[in-house]
Design a protein around this ligand. Structure first.
Ligand code: ATP
Ligand code: MG
Length: 651
């Protein structure tokens, strides 16, 4: 950050407002802006009362003695309370009136469908918990999970939670060294995997990759292998066991451990968008309460919903909004194993129609891919069952938002743009859909109990309309408690940058209506002649051009201006790069946001470097634009060939 100015200049102008559709609001949990505002005020004026009430929706074995305790990095929630999250996700419903309700509704990439009721899930989770116990795994032990999107993946998480083992899910697309790094960082004693998984018609050799990773891991004693495809794999005697064989031997009853509210639940590494991934540790009580409450209000869950969050369980979104949040609410959760464009580009829309999905939650990167593939794929399906849409992961460009609103939501479904992080555990800023009007590109207003603010580096509030650093003023229940094994780094990274607050690392501005607009990572801010631009503004201007599918903007050093703007652009299907188009796009940005934002360099590319979770890795582009090389951490890069292609240039 420059010393003179920590403010971001903001030139993004987006005036469209979409009030909640009256039919939606009439049936919603929160039905009006007045109701949202009253609840919000209560939640921040009386946080202990508010969160205690929320926690009463869960079953506790022993009640807490204090709702919250401690400040900042040292905050604790529901102190003294004992509960089990697996019990709250499964037993509560299986033993109540949802025994025969479908909990997991799964479709494999080749097309098979499986349905597990809460009753069946209850049995499976208990059996697998007993399998883990039979291997000597006990509360506090770390267990790595490296699987594809199968129901067994959710079962593995819930079984760990049931016995108090700390799961560490490693995204099933990572290479062997990413597994060994993560396993060694926390000393995992076992790893749960599967033979192979399906992705875009081919098989990913998960078990073979685990074998390679384990050559560098001394702590792992057991490997449990779920048989998904039946493809041949090597089993190492004494170490490797088949899931189905162990399940058959295991008893179907396993009492849930009474976990302390502050006992660890899981650890999970961030996506690595801004650097080396950090292993965040989440605990039990506060995480349970906030994931449950946000799922209820932001996805407005009702008993007849078929809820589909397309995130892989390998990311925090999958933890909080495929597994723990919706299942605590007793929702029917759709899970899909494979790629969105397999066998064709309309797979998601087909799934929505086939399974009558009502709530659909995906990422801006996916939405930009859908627009690039073309509207004809969407038009083949009715999408009538949908009532609510969501996005997460990156700021959504207003033009992508409008496409989502029109093409998928048919102008009938509210869109919840949910801002949060691995570190926050649960959604922090998002519209409560029956109450808060939406604006394309804005995550809108804070969730109950959350106090975000836009400030300078010194922690002073920035006036509305101006950009600054996004911080959170008070601790919240689902926040990560530490970076595993490195409390000092946790305190430095999040709790010391801006005095007295949690620092998100993101830039934002708040408008006169109290809406938050995320502007990109603070580290990515571009400073042109003293004007500070969020990457989001330049990128959104480019994406608004009819020929542009995706764009990434970065700064590179410039003698006169401090920084020059370099942009990387992918085009919509059917358009070709040309010098003429390059000039047209530079001019377009100048017209949309001002001459100052006119890109100095514009590179056409087939693809942008992204994390495995689909986020643009601007730090790699910045390196490339500055030095012509990439040396930074690329462990979570989605496609290693992208960098080489970019280096070759666009001509
Ligand atoms: P790393 O921390 O390793 O760099 P990461 O920040 O991408 O990786 P995540 O925790 O998966 O890892 O992502 C959180 C970040 O994603 C946020 O800090 C923010 O930059 C971005 N983000 C998520 N949702 C939104 C949203 N709705 N609007 C804007 N930005 C979002
Ligand atoms: Mg981050």
């Amino acid at each position: 950050m420059s010393e003179e100015s920590t403010d971001l200049d903001s030139s993004l102008r987006e005036n469209r407002v979409f009030p909640p559709p009256p039919e939606f609001a009439a049936k919603a949990h929160v039905k009006s802006l007045e109701q949202y505002e009253a609840m919000y005020r209560h939640s921040v004026d009386h946080p202990e009362e508010f969160w205690a009430e929320a926690a009463h929706e869960l079953e506790w074995f022993t009640p807490w003695t204090r709702v919250m305790d401690g400040e900042g990095a040292h905050a604790k929630w529901f102190v003294g309370g004992k509960l089990n999250l697996s019990h709250n996700c499964v037993d509560r419903h299986a033993l109540g009136d949802r025994k025969d309700k479908v909990a997991l509704l799964w479709e494999g990439e080749p097309g098979e469908v499986r349905k597990l009721t809460f009753g069946e899930l209850h049995e499976q989770v208990q059996r697998f918990a007993n399998v883990l116990k039979s291997l000597g795994i006990r509360r506090g032990d770390r267990v790595a999970i490296y699987m594809g999107m199968a129901p067994e993946l959710a079962i593995a998480l819930l079984a760990c939670a049931r016995i108090g083992a700390v799961h560490s899910v490693i995204f099933g697309g990572f290479a062997a060294h990413a597994i060994s790094d993560r396993v060694n960082d926390s000393g995992c004693v076992a790893i749960i995997t599967q033979d192979t998984s399906y992705r875009r018609g081919s098989e990913v050799q998960l078990k073979a990759i685990v074998d390679e990773a384990l050559e560098k891991c001394s702590t792992v004693k057991h490997v449990v292998v779920f048989r998904r495809s039946g493809s041949a794999v090597k089993m190492q005697p004494g170490r490797d066991l088949w899931w189905h064989e162990e399940m058959e031997k295991a008893s179907a009853e396993c009492a849930a451990e009474w976990m302390d509210s502050e006992d660890p639940l899981y650890l999970l590494y961030t996506s690595g968008t801004t650097g080396k991934p950090k292993g965040l540790l989440h605990t039990t009580g506060g995480y349970a309460v906030q994931t449950c409450l946000t799922s209820k209000y932001i996805f407005d869950l009702r008993d007849d919903d078929v809820y589909w969050c397309t995130a892989d369980i390998g990311w925090v979104t999958g933890h909080s909004y495929v597994v723990y949040g919706p299942l605590q609410n007793g929702a029917t959760v759709m899970m899909y194993e494979g790629a969105p464009n397999w066998p064709e580009c309309d797979r998601f829309w087909k799934i929505i129609d086939d399974h009558k999905v009502t709530v659909f939650y995906t990422a801006p990167t996916a939405i930009r891919a859908f627009t690039k593939w073309g509207n004809e794929w969407v038009k083949k399906h009715s999408l009538d069952s949908l009532r609510l849409l969501g996005t997460v992961g990156e700021p959504i460009n207003p033009e992508s938002w409008m496409w989502y609103h029109r093409m998928i939501g048919k102008e009938r479904c509210p869109i919840v743009d949910t801002y949060w992080q691995t570190e926050t555990g649960a959604i922090m800023i998002a519209p409560v859909p029956g109450a808060v009007a939406t604006k394309p590109g804005s995550a809108t207003r804070p969730f109950f109990g959350i106090i975000p603010e836009v400030v300078t580096k010194e922690g002073k509030p920035v006036p509305d309309g101006h950009g600054g650093l996004l911080v959170v003023r008070k601790p919240w229940p689902s926040m990560a408690r530490t970076i595993y094994g490195d409390q000092a780094r946790y305190e430095v990274a999040y709790w010391s940058e801006v005095p007295g607050s949690y620092f998100t690392g993101d830039g934002a501005r708040r408008d006169a209506d109290g809406y938050f607009w995320l502007m990109g990572r603070v580290d990515d801010v571009i400073n042109v002649s003293g004007h500070r631009l969020g990457t989001m503004e330049v990128e959104s201007a480019l994406v608004a051009h009819p020929k542009v599918a995706e764009a990434a903007a970065v700064g590179r050093p410039h003698e006169m201006k401090g920084q020059a703007i370099a942009v990387f652009v992918t085009l919509e299907g059917g358009h070709e790069p040309s010098e003429e188009l390059r000039q047209e796009l530079r001019q377009w940005v100048a017209k949309e946001i001002g001459a100052l934002a006119r890109p100095d360099d514009l590179t056409f590319t087939q693809a942008l470097p992204k994390t495995r979770s689909g986020k643009i890795m601007r730090r790699l582009l910045r390196e490339l634009a500055t030095t012509g090389e990439v040396k930074g951490d690329t462990t979570t890069l989605e496609d290693f060939t992208v960098i080489a292609k970019l280096r070759e240039g666009d001509e």
